[in-house]
Design a protein around this ligand. Structure first.
Ligand code: HEM
Length: 532
């Protein structure tokens, strides 16, 4: 009986122990599971965080709610942006209303944007005002990166601006440059506005190459004057601060009427181009002779022929033909003429440079002949002058803004998709860590052939770099060199009594001299027939 009760007691105790042990194990398992789950969550949270943490946003100057940095922008954007770079570093973020702007200001960050991430940054952020131009989205400058843009660039660089085509329209360039010389000769001894004359000449040279073999005489002069007027009105609209630009959601209201005005101007251009094109089509392949009695084809003829030949994948349409002609006129005129005006101002400011350039011209051309375009490759000193001008005064100091198609990292910072990227080539060209005495105008620094502007060197790239590099380099070189060589070979230049050369710059769509260069030409060739 006792045994039985002991056994029972033992059994009770052991069952109690078993229950107790089971309970303790249950708690441990629960605790363990909880800890493991927590650790797993913590680990996966940390892992995902480390995977998704973006590099920081670039530093930014303080701004105001809604408007951001807009109220603090200085109209001289290139110098203001250079100042920001000195304070905040080579990548700066700006809030421009609802838009984000990124300013890039060093050779290494420019290299990242234009070379390493070239395709990503090959898009443009099209200004609201350009969208109002009927050919605007179809031209090279503003077309998004893709097959259409590729086709337009191919037509422009390989067909229109190839050495063969440019040689074949030399007569049309020459005609305008000789007219300028004859005008200056008529004004010898009196002050002329060099910039204005260069703009007229460059615009005439470009319109002449575009359709000068089609339209002749007074009709050509009238068309040129009309074009000048419309281009100057378009430029006025382009420089106006535009609310639609900074608050795209308000663009449809066109609060300042800028889009409406642009549409009107665009219509005028359409009418003018239609007229020239109709005239060319009526001429049916016939060519016009230039002053030398040589046959002259113009760009319009080339383009219409290409349009007829057709490419089924990405065909060249009539709107593309008009857009390409406008690219030549708008992209090429002020950029080139303002650069020539800067060159004249710098050369007049440094008589030693003027003397050396004229001496070189005398040796290569002589004083009994006129400059021809074939001379320009034999003028290394003048070529160095051109390069130095484009270093100190790049025509597009912030390039044409680029726009990334995807968010990416540059210089350790996140650059969001769709922002507007300004590359401050002006500031890079004056960087004392790259250039010795960067503010001095010294063409000699280019005589050793160290720098070229092919876009491979991110210390010197006045024409940009990468896929969107300037499409008109070949033409710009010829026009710049031919014009400046002719001006310095044909005339001596001095300022009106008591005046000093003022090299102050003014930021605009294209960089220009704040005060136009007014100078007095004195003929230096003995034979007056060389000015006819
Ligand atoms: C001194 C004269 C010139 C300078 C300094 C210059 C400079 C430039 C620069 C910096 C760009 C923007 C590159 C970028 O965004 O990365 C550009 C684009 C362009 N330039 Fe020029 N340019 C000049 C003359 C010309 C001429 C004469 C033409 C036409 C015949 C021309 C046609 C163009 C076109 C069509 C583009 C847009 C290229 C694209 O987006 O694919 N330029 N130019």
């Amino acid at each position: 009986m006792k045994l039985t009760s002991n056994i029972l007691q033992n059994l009770r105790n052991s069952s109690f122990n078993i229950r107790e042990t089971a309970e303790i194990d249950g708690i441990s398992i629960t605790l363990f599971t909880l800890c493991a789950t927590f650790a797993l969550i913590l680990y996966s949270w940390k892992y995902t965080k480390s995977k998704t943490t973006k590099p920081p946003s670039p530093p930014s100057p303080p701004g105001l709610p809604l408007v951001g940095n807009l109220p603090f922008l200085d109209p001289e954007l290139h110098t203001y942006f250079a100042e920001l770079a000195r304070k905040y570093g080579p990548i700066v973020k700006l809030r421009l209303g609802n838009k984000m702007g990124i300013v890039v200001t060093s050779p290494s960050t420019a290299h990242e944007v234009l070379k390493q991430h070239d395709i990503n940054f090959a898009n443009r952020d099209v200004p609201a005002v350009t969208k109002a131009l009927s050919y605007g989205p179809y031209d090279i400058v503003w077309s998004p990166y893709g097959p259409e843009w590729r086709m337009l660039r191919k037509v422009c660089v390989i067909k229109m601006l190839s050495n063969t085509t440019l040689d074949s329209v030399y007569g049309l360039r020459r005609r305008e440059v000789r007219e300028m010389v004859s005008y200056m000769y008529g004004r010898a001894g009196t002050a002329v506005d060099v910039g204005e004359q260069m703009f007229l000449t460059t615009l005439n040279v470009i319109t002449n190459m575009s359709w000068g073999g089609t339209v002749q005489g007074s009709e050509r002069a009238n068309l040129g004057a009309e074009f000048r007027q419309v281009i100057s009105e378009i430029t006025q609209q382009l420089v106006k601060p535009n609310i639609s630009e900074f608050y795209p959601s308000l663009a449809r209201f066109d609060l300042q009427g800028i889009a409406k005005k642009m549409k009107g101007l665009s219509w005028k251009i359409e009418k003018m181009l239609d007229k020239v094109i109709d005239q060319r089509l009526e001429m049916d392949g016939e060519s016009v002779e230039n002053n030398n009695g040589k046959e002259c084809k113009d760009f319009l003829q080339f383009l219409l022929r290409l349009k007829e030949e057709g490419d089924s994948k990405t065909p060249l349409t009539m709107i593309h033909v008009k857009a390409l002609l406008m690219d030549m006129v708008v992209g090429g005129s002020e950029t080139t003429s303002n650069s020539i005006e800067f060159a004249m101002a710098e050369v007049m400011n440094k008589q030693e440079v003027m003397r050396r350039a004229q001496q070189e011209l005398e040796e290569v051309v002589g004083k009994d002949k006129i400059v021809e375009e074939s001379h320009i490759h034999k003028l290394p000193y003048l070529y160095a002058v051109m390069k130095e001008v484009l270093r100190l005064h790049p025509a597009l100091p912030l390039l044409v803004p680029h726009c990334p198609s995807e968010t990416c990292t540059v210089g350790g910072y996140t650059i969001p998709k769709g922002c507007r990227v300004f590359v401050n080539v002006w500031a890079i060209h004056r960087d004392p860590s790259v250039w010795e005495n960067p503010l001095e105008f010294n063409p000699d620094r280019f005589l050793n052939g160290k720098w070229d502007y092919s876009g491979s060197d991110f210390s010197y790239f006045p024409f940009g770099s990468g896929r969107r590099i300037c499409a008109g380099i070949a033409m710009a070189e010829r026009m710049f060199m031919y014009s400046i060589a002719t001006l310095l070979h044909s005339f001596d230049w001095k300022l009106p009594e008591g005046e000093k050369v003022d090299l102050t710059e003014k930021f605009g769509i294209v960089l220009k001299l704040k005060n136009p260069l007014v100078a007095i030409p004195t003929p230096r060739l003995s034979d007056p027939t060389l000015y006819e």
